[in-house]
Design a protein around this ligand. Structure first.
Ligand code: ZN
Length: 366
C-alpha cells in the first residue's frame, strides 16, 4: 500500500478539496488517498505579493495576463517554504517517511509550476489549484487529480529532477511526460490520457509496481471520460443523469465523477418535492402539499423529534415567510457553482413569481 495524504492549505476551498479527494477515491488500488482534516497555514512573511508591474510576473504570467485582460495580482510562496511547511505538517500529524503528503494550494510558486515534488526527496508534493479556468476549459478537479496521480508515479519512477528532465518531452505529444512549458498544453495530455511507448518501456525497465501503474491509468482514463462527457454536452445538450443516492438521498451525477450537489435537508426536501412534480407547482399552492413535503423532510433529515419536523415544515411552506423562495435560489446557486450556468439550466427550479415552478429535466422524458 502507498499512503497518500491529501491536504489543503487554508486558502484553498474546502468543498473543492473534498471533490478532488472523492474523485480520486473512485479509483481504488495500491495508492490509498487519506485525508487530514486540518488545513496547512503559510506564514504571512512567506507570502510574496506580486502585481502586473512586476517584470518577473509579466514574463511568467504573460498568458494568464492575456486571458484575464485586466490587472492580476498573485500571492506567491517559494518552493522552499512550501516544502518546509509540508515537512512541519508531517511531524505535527505523525506521517511516516514512506508516506506521501500532497498539498493543494491556491498560492503560486516561484517557478510557476503546476505541480512539483520536493527536491530533497521528502515525499512532499504540491499542486497549484488557482487560475485553471484560464488554461483549460474544464472543472479544476480534472487537471488537479491528474497531476496528483501522475505526480506520484513520477516520484517512483525518477531518482531526481536531473533524471526526470532527461525524459521530458519538450514538444508535447500527449504523454504524461510532456513538460508543458506553455501551460495551455496541459489539455492535450488530459485528453489523450496516454503514456507513450518509450515512457512505457522506461516504467517497465525501472520496475515500478505494475498495480500502481494500472491504478494511475484507470484514473487518467476516468478523468478523460468525465471531461469528454462535459465537453460533449455543448453539442448534444444531453443533460447528465441525476441520482438520489443512499439513505440521505445525496444528489449525485455519476457520469461527472459522482459529483455531489450538497444541499441542506430543507433544501433537499424542496428539490425532491419539485423533482417529483414535473407538471409544476405554484409557490402559492405549496401549502396544499404539506403532508407530502413533511414525508420527504422526515426521510432526509436526521431527527426523530416530531415537533421539530412539524415546525420546520410549517416554516418552510408558510405564505408569511420567504423561506421557500430563498431555498430555491440557494439551490440554484449550488447547481450553477458545480455544473456551470449552461449545464445547470436543466436542473434548477424554473418559473417565476406566481407561475408554476418545475425542474426542466423532469419534463424531458415525458
Ligand atoms: Zn512519453
Amino acid at each position: 500500500m502507498i499512503n497518500v495524504h491529501l491536504i489543503r492549505s487554508n486558502e484553498f476551498n474546502k468543498d473543492r478539496y473534498w471533490e478532488i479527494l472523492n474523485l480520486l477515491r473512485k479509483y481504488p488500488g495500491v495508492m490509498q488517498f487519506k485525508t487530514q482534516e486540518d488545513a496547512l497555514y503559510m506564514q504571512d512573511d512567506e507570502i510574496i505579493h506580486r502585481s502586473v508591474d512586476d517584470d518577473t510576473f509579466n514574463r511568467q504570467y504573460s498568458l494568464l495576463h492575456e486571458f484575464a485582460k485586466s490587472n492580476i495580482e498573485i500571492d506567491e510562496v517559494s518552493w522552499d517554504n512550501i516544502f518546509k511547511n509540508c515537512s512541519k505538517y508531517r511531524r505535527k500529524y505523525d506521517i511516516g517517511i514512506d508516506e506521501y503528503v500532497v498539498l493543494l494550494t491556491d498560492y503560486s510558486n516561484d517557478r510557476n509550476w503546476f505541480a512539483a515534488a520536493d527536491p530533497k526527496h521528502n515525499k512532499n508534493f504540491f499542486v497549484h489549484t488557482n487560475f485553471w479556468n484560464y488554461y483549460i476549459n474544464s472543472d479544476l478537479r480534472y487537471p488537479v487529480a491528474y497531476l496528483i496521480a501522475t505526480g506520484i508515479l513520477k516520484q517512483l519512477l525518477f531518482k531526481s529532477y536531473t533524471d526526470m528532465s532527461e525524459h521530458w518531452h519538450d514538444v508535447p505529444i500527449g504523454c504524461m511526460m510532456d513538460f508543458c512549458r506553455n501551460k495551455k498544453e496541459i489539455s492535450l495530455k488530459l485528453r489523450t490520457a496516454d503514456i507513450c511507448p518509450s515512457c512505457l518501456n522506461l516504467i517497465k525497465s525501472r520496475n515500478v509496481d505494475h498495480k500502481l501503474v494500472q491504478q494511475v491509468f484507470t484514473i487518467m482514463d476516468g478523468i478523460r471520460e468525465e471531461m469528454m462527457h462535459r465537453e460533449r454536452f455543448v453539442i448534444n445538450r444531453k443533460p447528465p443523469r441525476l441520482e438520489f443516492k443512499g439513505l440521505h438521498k445525496k444528489i449525485i451525477f455519476p457520469e461527472l465523477g459522482d459529483l455531489e450537489i450538497a444541499l441542506t435537508p430543507l433544501e433537499k426536501t424542496v428539490y425532491i418535492f419539485f423533482y417529483k412534480h414535473p407538471e409544476g407547482v405554484a409557490l402559492n399552492a405549496i401549502y396544499e402539499y404539506e403532508q407530502e413535503i413533511r414525508a420527504i423532510y422526515e426521510s432526509v433529515c436526521n431527527t426523530y423529534d416530531n415537533d421539530l419536523v412539524d415546525q420546520r415544515v410549517r416554516d418552510l411552506i408558510s405564505p408569511l415567510t420567504n423561506s421557500i423562495s430563498e431555498k430555491i435560489s440557494r439551490i440554484k446557486r449550488k447547481f450553477i457553482d458545480k455544473l456551470g450556468e449552461d449545464m445547470a439550466r436543466d436542473f434548477i427550479i424554473d418559473g417565476s413569481n406566481a407561475e408554476l415552478r418545475f425542474i426542466p429535466v423532469t419534463r424531458l422524458n415525458q
